[in-house]
Design a protein around this ligand. Structure first.
Ligand code: SF4
Ligand code: SF4
Length: 168
């Protein structure tokens, strides 16, 4: 069975390929090493780094953008370290997430985390309980963040505006 790639599919693929870190995707020869070593793929049957690479190669934007699979990648870089072709699947996933956000989409959980970062300087609230647990582990209290500074950086890059405007 032959697979044809549409003009829109090529445009989508080229955008992902032009993202720093994602350039080598066309070197993927589908050996599956990334999938067999990926800690997330070991637990989630639908999450297949090899398949993600293949879908990008064939410009399958809709299939990549639907669902939550992109957000399961833990960014551990195991796939990159083990890939014989030096394809950086984790950076490809980052490029896909960026593309998704630039098109107005963000998983609600991530939206809440990013809003938390802008408000508190951390993705979740650090309270007395957290610091007591740190003390039990001989760790110093978590530093008090410069929340205004964090929000200013997130705003100045345009990232926070995109997060706030995003829908699932
Ligand atoms: S390990 Fe590399 S070459 Fe093999 S399927 Fe994964 S990305 Fe492609
Ligand atoms: S970076 Fe993501 S895709 Fe790669 S091995 Fe880790 S969890 Fe899997």
């Amino acid at each position: 069975m032959s697979i044809t790639i549409t003009t829109e599919g090529k445009e989508f693929r080229d955008k992902i390929l032009s993202t720093p870190g994602a350039e080598r995707i066309m070197n993927c020869y589908q050996c599956g090493t990334c999938t067999s070593d990926c800690p997330v793929a070991k637990r989630v049957e639908e999450f297949r780094p090899r398949k993600l690479a293949r879908l990008v190669m064939y410009g399958q934007e809709e299939r990549l953008m639907e669902g939550d699979l992109l957000y399961l990648c833990a960014g551990c870089y195991t796939c990159y370290e083990h890939c014989p072709q030096e394809v950086h699947v984790s950076e490809i996933v980052s490029a896909l997430r960026k593309y998704s956000l630039n098109n107005g989409h963000l998983l609600p959980t991530f939206k809440a985390l990013m809003n938390g970062m802008a408000e508190m300087g951390y993705i979740y609230e650090i309270d007395e309980f957290e610091n007591e647990m740190r003390e039990d582990d001989d760790l110093p209290s978590a530093p008090v963040p410069d929340t205004e500074g964090v929000e200013a950086i997130m705003r100045s890059t345009g990232f926070l505006d995109k997060v706030e405007a995003s829908k699932r």
